[in-house]
Structures are given as structure tokens and as C-alpha cells.
Design a protein around this ligand. Structure first.
Ligand SMILES: Cc1ncc(COP(=O)(O)O)c(C=O)c1O
Length: 501
């Protein structure tokens, strides 16, 4: 009996298994969330994937016209050779490994900072969760930093730490998704060209991007007429909720004037828009006469009714002179937010427990660096000034080279870490691109990579005025490498023009 029954059970079981196997995947490309499929992020797009393949080919001994790939596609400072700031690493290092308190070679001010951070951590360990909004001391230090920066008091209760600025931007944008369908979708105004986190998030949230064009002929400034035009054109298709501003700009490298900022604030007030100010490059201002003005300072100084407007301002450890992208430190300051909305925001981020506490510790050093008279001050200042002055020099190098090449023009890199030159792509090259199913600037960048190993991102990945072509390059490679890169670039461009003119 037992023998007879056993094979039957086995048969049934194998049928069940067979059925389960033949069922196929629950989640397929056809039924998965369509909004996720709509996400595009050129900074890590197909050209960058190809760059990785080329690196492997070179490592395998394949012969090419170049011996290495120069990655100028992403604002990843340390990956491009920038040295970490000693003080920042000492503080985070001691926090992560408290035995280092006993190391006499580490400076007292780094130990004091680490001690203060650890006192704010559960069990005095960086390995414990923090409050959802972040460690109390870090929020206090951020508030103090903002107060000193703007001369206007900041409240730690308005500061929320995040895993990179990206997470905070996505969290705040999520609050604005008040209407989701058809012509009632939430509309979000974004600069064109823009940093693709914005279009990617808008696509994922099924919102409507409202692109306002930056004026290339006027150093990528922002005009009120263009804000009006883009908003009026979008109104029949969506409900505009917010305006995003990136200052200093990525990919365009401009620094907004105070007048520009005041105009944007008045416009946002008139149109009842929430302001999202991406100020992650606030330390990266190089051009003479340019200055960083925070939206919070300008809005507050404009007085009522503007000083009562809602604003989210974002900051990061990834940029500036520190370039600590991998620590994923960031924060948002929420200003004039309805207390009930703030409570909901806190609840929503609580569901993710907290941002990376190592990133929070790194952020603390950014906002509370060594002061004059402290043991680490001189070294810190030297390292900070060196990075910023080299970035300024590299910005000038890149723009002057591009402007000296026929068929190219490039606005000054006033700030941030990128140049966004304009290229005249000849008709013949545009046709060749079309035949390959590529956008003309993609075709150009693809050829540039294959011929020189220089990896940059086509302008179409950021958005650009129709009929114009660009690419974005970072100004991050070390001066010598950048010089070499520009040499390779010039040769390529001349040959490309000869081939397609
Ligand atoms: C304008 C802008 N905002 C936000 C981010 C995201 O920074 P994080 O590394 O802090 O997420 C970047 C990164 O390049 C950026 O350029």
C-alpha cells in the first residue's frame, strides 16, 4: 500500500512543481510598473556602460588609440582622483572605530568632534539607528551652519538628514504628488537642461515635467518670460505644484544672481508654487563677481508675503570641496511648512528608519569644520582651498579650450563641477546618427568615446533647446589628466568635422 501511494504523491508533487515552473515570471517587462520603465538616467546610461566594456577590453590587452578611459561623465570627485579631507576622515574614522581615541597621532579636535557625535548615538555607536530626522547634534550643527551662512536663524526641528540629497529631493517631491491622473497630474517645473534625477523622479511618480529653458546666450540665466511661457503651456495638461531650481547649476555651471532669485520667488508666489532649491553646489562658486545666495536668505530678506512661502533647500556631502559621494550624506531644510504636513513627512521617513549614520557624521564635519586656532584648522583650510582653486582653474581650462575650437562654444563655468559646451554637429553627421537610430549628440559622444576613451554625457540626457547639441563633461580629472583629455578631444573634434563636413 505504502509503495503504491508513494509514487502517486510524488507524481502529484512533480506536477505541482511542473505547473509552478511553467507559470513563468510573476513580474514581466510587460506587466511591471510602467512608471519605473519610463525612468531615464543618462549620467549612467549606455555610453557609460560602453566605457566600462572598453576598460575591460583594454585590460584584456586589446590595442586602441588610447590606453585608458577618462570618466568625465559623473560628478564623482574621489573616483576621479581627489584626495579625501583628512579631518573629515579622522572624525568619521574615530566614530566608526572608537579604539582610535587612544591613538596619539590623531588630533584632539577630531577626537572631540567624534566624541560629541557618538554621545548623540544610541549606545555611543555609529552602528545604531538614529532618530528618523537624524542625530540631534548633527541637526543642531546644520542649523548653526545655516544661521552663520545666511545671518538668519535656522531651527534644528526643520532639518532632516537623508541618504544623499537625492533621497531628500525624492521624499519632498513625493509630498507634492497631490493629483495623479490625466490632466490633473501634478506638474513640476524643472530647468532644461537639468540634472536627470528630476526627470527620473517625475517619471517614476507619474507626474508631469514642466521644462523651462535656461538661456544659453545669456550664460544659462533664467528669464521670467520663459517661466511664464512654460507654465502657461503646461497648465492645460497638469496642475503645477512646484518649481525646482538648481543653483549653482548642473549641467550648466551657472550661478544665479540675486535678482534672478528674487524674480523666481515672486513668480512662485504669484503662481502658488512650492520652491525646491537644490543648493548642493553652494561651495562651488568660482567666477569673479559671482556669489552664492541661498533661496532662504533672499526669500526672508524680501519680507512678507515672500518670507512666508514654503521652501525646501537641499544640501549634500557629495559636492563642494569634500566630494564624499559614497558616504551618502545629505539634508533638507524645510521652511514655512504646514506643521501637519511636516508631521506626515516625519512619519513617511520614519518608515525607512533613518539615513546612513556614517553619512550624518560626515555631514557634521561639513557644517562644523575646524575653526581658526584649532589643531586641524591649517591643514583643513589648505586642503579645502586647494580643491576649490583647482576646480576654478580647471573650469577656465575647459571653457577656454572649447571656445578655441571651431564649431564649439561654451559658457563660463561660474560654479558647480561641469561644462556644457554647444557643438555644431554637421548635417552629414546628423544623417549618419539617424541611420544608426541615435540622437546626433549621442552619436558624437559615442564616437568620442570609441576614438579617445573620453566618456562624457550627451546633452539630450539633460534636455536642451531643440536643434542645439551639447555634451556635459565634468571638470574633475586632475589638471594634467584634464589637459591630456582636452588634447585628445581637440584631435577628435577636428577629425569628426573633416569626416562629416
Ligand atoms: C544638482 C544635483 N542635485 C543632487 C545631486 C545628488 O547628490 P547626492 O549624492 O547627495 O545624492 C546631484 C549629484 O550629482 C546633483 O548634481
Amino acid at each position: 500500500m505504502f509503495r503504491l501511494r508513494a509514487p502517486t504523491t510524488m507524481l502529484c508533487k512533480s506536477k505541482v512543481v511542473e505547473k509552478a515552473l511553467s507559470r513563468g515570471k510573476v513580474l514581466t517587462i510587460d506587466n511591471m510598473n510602467p512608471h519605473v520603465k519610463n525612468i531615464e538616467y543618462a549620467v549612467r546610461g549606455p555610453i557609460v556602460i560602453r566605457a566600462g566594456e572598453i576598460e575591460k577590453e583594454l585590460n584584456a590587452g586589446e590595442k586602441k588609440n588610447f590606453t585608458d578611459v577618462i570618466r568625465a561623465n559623473i560628478g564623482d570627485c574621489h573616483a576621479t582622483g581627489q584626495e579625501p579631507l583628512t579631518f573629515l576622515r579622522q572624525v568619521v574614522g574615530i566614530c566608526a572605530y572608537p579604539k582610535l581615541f587612544e591613538d596619539p597621532s590623531l588630533p584632539e579636535d577630531a577626537k572631540q568632534r567624534a566624541d560629541r557625535i557618538l554621545n548623540s548615538c544610541g549606545g555611543r555607536s555609529l552602528g545604531s539607528y538614529s532618530d528618523s530626522a537624524g542625530l540631534t547634534v548633527v541637526r543642531e550643527d546644520i542649523a548653526q551652519y545655516i544661521t552663520e551662512r545666511d545671518g538668519i536663524p535656522a531651527d534644528p526641528a526643520n532639518i532632516f538628514l537623508s541618504t544623499g540629497a537625492s533621497e531628500a529631493i525624492r521624499n519632498v517631491m513625493k509630498l507634492l504628488m497631490t493629483t495623479l491622473e490625466g490632466n490633473d497630474k501634478s506638474g513640476v517645473m524643472i530647468p532644461i537642461p537639468q540634472y536627470p534625477l528630476y526627470t527620473a523622479t517625475i517619471a517614476e511618480y507619474n507626474a508631469e515635467p514642466i521644462g523651462y529653458l535656461l538661456d544659453e546666450s545669456n550664460n544659462w540665466s533664467l528669464s521670467l518670460d520663459e517661466l511664464e511661457r512654460s507654465l502657461q503651456e503646461a497648465k492645460p495638461h497638469c496642475k503645477p505644484k512646484a518649481i525646482c531650481i538648481i543653483n549653482p547649476g548642473n549641467p550648466t555651471g551657472q550661478v544665479l544672481t540675486r535678482q534672478n532669485i528674487e524674480d523666481i520667488i515672486r513668480f512662485a508666489h504669484k503662481e502658488n508654487l512650492f520652491i525646491m532649491a537644490d543648493e548642493v553646489y553652494q561651495h562651488n562658486v568660482y567666477a569673479e563677481g559671482s556669489q552664492f545666495h541661498s533661496f532662504k536668505k533672499v526669500l526672508t530678506e524680501m519680507g512678507p508675503p515672500y518670507s512666508e512661502m514654503e521652501l525646501a533647500s537641499f544640501m549634500s556631502t557629495s559636492k563642494g570641496y569634500m566630494g564624499e559621494c559614497g558616504f551618502r550624506g545629505g539634508y533638507v531644510e524645510l521652511i514655512n511648512i504646514d506643521p501637519q504636513v511636516k508631521a506626515m513627512f516625519t512619519k513617511a521617513i520614519s518608515a525607512k528608519l533613518c539615513s546612513a549614520v556614517t553619512g550624518q557624521a560626515a555631514m557634521d564635519v561639513v557644517v562644523n569644520p575646524p575653526r581658526e586656532g584649532e589643531p586641524s584648522y591649517e591643514l583643513f583650510k589648505t586642503q579645502k582651498d586647494t580643491v576649490l582653486s583647482q576646480l576654478a582653474e580647471k573650469g577656465r581650462m575647459v571653457t577656454s579650450t572649447f571656445n578655441s575650437i571651431e564649431g564649439m562654444s561654451c559658457n563660463a563655468v561660474q560654479g558647480a563641477m561641469y561644462a556644457f559646451p554647444n557643438i555644431d554637429i554637421p548635417k552629414k553627421a546628423q544623417e549618419a546618427a539617424k541611420a544608426k537610430g541615435m540622437a546626433p549628440d549621442f552619436f558624437y559622444c559615442y564616437n568620442l568615446l570609441e576614438s579617445t576613451g573620453m566618456c562624457v554625457v550627451p546633452g539630450s540626457g539633460f534636455g536642451q533647446k531643440e536643434g542645439t547639441f551639447h555634451f556635459r563633461t565634468t571638470i574633475l580629472p586632475p589638471v594634467q589628466k584634464l589637459g591630456e583629455m582636452l588634447g585628445r578631444f581637440r584631435d577628435f573634434h577636428v577629425k569628426f568635422m573633416e569626416q562629416y563636413s
